[in-house]
Design a protein around this ligand. Structure first.
Ligand SMILES: [Zn+2]
Length: 390
């Protein structure tokens, strides 16, 4: 084990011990990370959530110069509730060349590699800076990153490449699907079901809205180009929840449903949302004609833009040079990379561990993957110390 990989391994144990399930505060972990980076001379700032129970952290090591590389990862993890673990999820346990624990692959393994490299970045006399961006609430819809990205845009000189270290087994992923989710609530007015004009049935009114979504899903399916890198090839739309009504012979007062879209880069998510809102306005007007108190509310739960492959992207070039991976790859999960790209940064996903182990009971990262992550950092240090291009 190289020294850097050994440090990454012990840091991973410390990071996993913080229970940063998204519903909890991540401040103890952020304190730990920030102190460590400040002791190395890093400049840092935080961007907190509204009630200040969570924070994003930005840190930079190296010259106050434009360019350089930004290493990004989320600090939160998914819950272990109801999962059957063979060992304590909050303590890293080694078995058969694997390190088990919640977040080992998604994505504290990458954070550990980046932090383990920080002393070497600080000692290397970098010609371009290395930035670290650690976020909260990624697992519940990439909610933390946008405010941090706004601050990075405002406060820094720009970076040439963003590496988001989601588990890709250190392969270079240049595209991911986005996320767009809604909760639609309808309030009608109850009446005897024989008197259909004396009230407004919320369940019946929900049907045209759900039909529109199903239709949009079919359009998304048809829109996929034949060379789509995704599996499945098209953006998807599902309606995973619906509730409403109390009895067969009463016009329903309440109905609600929730829909999750995983758009591909060619799907126009703003146009999709507008179509849903326009249809809801039309249906609501129709309900109000019979029940003035009727109302349809659309609450957007998440909006994460997809990551699109870049033409001649700097991040892709850098990650390919550092990993030797030249294959074309895309993933179907949502991540923060699309948010960085939308802010104008060249971005790819590349990190240790496999997404197959993410969110599972007995989540693990193979020790060999941690080594690959550490080796990636070592090559990046050399490049930032000597190369003025990125
Ligand atoms: Zn993740």
């Amino acid at each position: 084990m190289t020294e850097l990989a050994g440090t990454a391994r012990s840091l991973l144990s410390e990071l996993v011990a913080f229970d940063t399930t998204s519903r909890n505060s991540n401040l103890a972990l952020i304190d730990f990370v920030e102190e460590r980076l400040r002791n190395l001379g890093a400049q840092t700032f935080r961007v907190e959530n509204e009630d200040r129970s969570k924070a994003n952290l930005h840190a930079v090591i190296g010259p106050d110069a434009p360019g350089g590389v930004l290493l990004s990862g989320h600090t939160d993890v998914v819950p272990v509730d109801g999962q059957d673990w063979s060992s304590d999820p909050w303590a890293v346990t080694e078995r058969d060349g694997k390190l088990y624990g919640r977040g080992t692959c998604d994505m504290k393994g990458f954070l550990a590699c980046a932090l383990a490299a920080a002393p070497e970045f600080a000692a290397a006399g970098l010609s371009r800076p290395v930035h670290f961006a650690f976020t909260y609430d990624e697992e519940i819809g990439c909610l933390g990153a946008p405010d941090l990205i706004d601050e990075i845009v405002a406060r820094t000189n720009g970076v040439n490449a963003v590496i988001v270290g989601e588990p890709t087994e250190m392969k270079v992923v240049t595209a991911h699907k986005g996320l767009l989710s809604f909760e639609v609530s309808l309030r009608g007015a109850e009446a005897h079901s024989s008197l259909v004009d004396n009230g407004a049935c919320a369940v019946t009114a929900a049907v045209p809205l759900m039909s529109l979504l199903v239709e949009i899903g079919e359009e998304m399916r048809a829109a996929a180009p034949s060379d789509s890198p995704f599996e499945p090839a098209f953006g998807t739309l599902t309606i995973g929840e619906m509730h409403g009504g109390t009895a067969l012979n009463i016009l329903a007062k309440e109905a609600c449903f929730a829909s999750l879209l995983r758009p591909a880069p060619w799907d126009d998510i703003d146009a999709i949302e507008q179509r849903l809102r326009d249809k809801a306005a039309e249906v609501e007007a129709d309900m109000k004609a019979r029940a003035p108190g009727a109302r349809i509310t659309i609450k957007r739960l998440s909006r994460v833009p997809p990551l699109a492959p870049e033409a001649d992207g700097e991040a892709e070039r850098l990650a390919r040079a550092l990993t030797g991976d030249n294959a074309r790859r895309a993933v179907s999960f949502g991540a923060e990379a699309g948010q960085f790209q939308q802010a104008g940064y060249s971005t790819v996903l590349c990190g240790p561990g496999s997404i197959e182990q993410a969110h599972q009971p007995d989540e693990f990262i193979a020790i060999s993957q941690l080594h690959e992550g550490a080796a990636f950092m070592e090559r990046l240090i050399k490049r930032l110390a000597t190369d003025s291009a990125s």
